[in-house]
Write a protein that binds this ligand. Structure first.
Ligand code: DAT
Ligand code: MG
Length: 148
């Protein structure tokens, strides 16, 4: 079992896609264990995208991610990190297949609506960064009909 950090970015919030995105994770059978809306400051944005700090698009990425509210989520389940990445689709929406979130709603690489952790270590780092207060441990009764 894994927990992954998922975030609807400012473009997804502005376009009113929060409900649509949450619904896809819920329907898949993942369990929601953390949810909040925040307007990220520069510090948390730079820490989150630190691996990209030397890339030419970094300044624009920080400006974008701090431009308005994001919706922070933690989703739990079997192989949750790769399952979530598959629901999201590849980085560039024009190359993402229909059926994925980016494939269904995105056209440009910078405005790809959603972030998902890419590995166990990044998930732990990102969950600690965005949910310093911790996430929720609860039993979802329907999970007994998701996993055999
Ligand atoms: P992903 O979000 O699929 O994990 P990533 O970690 O490579 O992609 O990049 C982080 C974000 O940075 C990505 O969601 C959008 C932006 N980005 C990546 N490559 C870019 C590029 N070549 N031009 C502009 N923005 C880019
Ligand atoms: Mg990434």
């Amino acid at each position: 079992m894994q927990t992954t950090y998922i975030m609807v970015k400012p473009d997804g919030v502005q376009r009113g896609l929060v409900g649509e995105i949450i619904q896809r994770f819920e329907r898949k059978g993942l369990k929601l264990v953390g949810l909040k809306q925040i307007i990220p400051g520069e510090k948390i944005a730079r820490e989150h995208y630190a691996v990209h700090s030397e890339r030419p698009f970094f300044p624009g990425l920080i400006k974008f991610i701090t431009s308005g509210p994001v919706v922070c989520m933690a989703w739990h389940g079997k192989d949750a990190i790769s399952v979530a990445r598959n629901l999201i689709g590849p980085t560039n929406g024009r190359e993402a297949l229909p059926g994925t979130i980016r494939g269904d709603f995105g056209m440009d690489i910078g405005y790809n609506m959603i972030h998902g952790s890419d590995a166990q270590e990044t998930a732990e780092f990102e969950l600690g960064l965005w949910f310093p207060e911790g996430i929720n441990d609860w039993k979802q009764d329907s999970q007994s009909w998701v996993y055999e």
